[in-house]
Design a protein around this ligand. Structure first.
Ligand code: CP
Length: 306
């Protein structure tokens, strides 16, 4: 049976450590891995728009010497004629060795995995999970802070629909002494299953609205965009969209070593003037995304490079 990545919890902490070690080795020694996926094919099946996730997966496979096939929207696939995800993955299993799938419906990659003969990677399913973004976030924090335990992380913005937030909280909940500050308007609080999980594990978290009040206490500030595509009502989106804007002035309240992460795309929630601040690491974060996806492809295909 192929191994899939559907949820960040599918990998143990030890396996995540190994994956991040491998990503680090790939970054330092790219030539060593340049033919690791010769004659292997990745299918990117994206039923929803993407820049970073799809292109970093495709870049990852090319850098490993492999091939890429796929589609970038449901409209350009037979989903537009009514084909099910289950049927599509059975077909993709005939053409490719591994598949990265993004879908607007929560659980679609899981459904695909049940019929798949090849590893399926959840590249984002609705407002649910985005495990490879989480791998990217963990690698960024570990690389730039040196550790994943003993941190206070503030997650700010759309915590309700932001799937990257859900995956990251779950993943970090397994490390020692991580404190969560959940900063959102009341309408965009994290779903109940996340706070229930934090309560169940007896982890430290606070829910608050005021970013300025939270910022001085943080080691990491994880900004998110308001997920327009998940709102039922445009007026609600317009009311919420500029609730938080991180500016140079607000950065003055932060510690000198606080890091600002953002899964991107950014809309308005981080002012472009913050980009030049050395603590703003969201573009480096996107670069780490390719290395960790290279490591993930090798791991799920069971390929070792000596
Ligand atoms: N972070 C992220 O998932 O970006 P894309 O939607 O561009 O893939």
């Amino acid at each position: 049976m192929p191994r899939h990545l559907l949820n960040p919890m599918d990998f143990s902490v030890e396996e995540l450590d190994k994956l991040m070690d491998l990503a680090g080795d790939i970054e330092r020694n790219p030539d060593k891995y340049a033919h690791a996926c010769d004659r292997k094919t990745l299918a990117t099946c994206f039923y929803e728009p993407s820049t970073r996730t799809r292109l970093s997966f495709e870049g990852a496979m090319y850098h490993l010497g492999g091939h890429v096939i796929g589609f970038a929207s449901a409209d350009s696939s037979s989903a537009s004629k009514g084909e099910s995800v289950s049927d599509t993955i059975r077909i993709i299993s005939c053409y490719a060795d591994i598949c990265a799938m993004r879908h607007p419906k929560e659980g679609a990659p899981l459904v695909a995995s049940l019929k798949s003969r090849i590893p399926v990677i959840n590249a984002g399913d609705g407002g649910h999970q985005h495990p490879t973004q989480t791998l990217t976030d963990l690698l960024t924090i570990r690389s730039l802070k040196g550790h994943l335990d003993n941190i206070t992380i503030g997650l700010c913005g759309d915590l309700k629909f932001g799937r990257t937030v859900h995956s990251l909280i779950e993943a970090l909940s397994r490390y020692e002494n991580v404190r969560f500050v959940l900063i959102s308007p009341p309408e965009l609080r994290v779903p109940g299953y996340i706070t229930e999980m934090l309560d169940h594990k007896n982890l430290q978290y606070r829910e608050m609205q005021n970013l300025e009040e939270a910022i001085p206490t943080l080691d990491i500030l994880y900004m998110t965009r308001v997920q327009r595509e998940r709102f039922f009502n445009e007026d609600d989106y317009i009311r919420m969209k500029d609730f938080y804007i991180l500016t140079k002035e607000k950065m003055k309240l932060a510690r000198e070593d606080m890091l600002v992460l953002h899964p991107l795309p950014r809309v308005n929630e981080i002012s472009v003037e913050v980009d030049d601040d050395p603590r703003a690491v969201y573009f480096r974060q996107a670069q780490y995304g390719m290395y960790i996806r290279m490591a993930l492809i090798l791991t799920l295909l069971g390929l070792e490079v000596q």
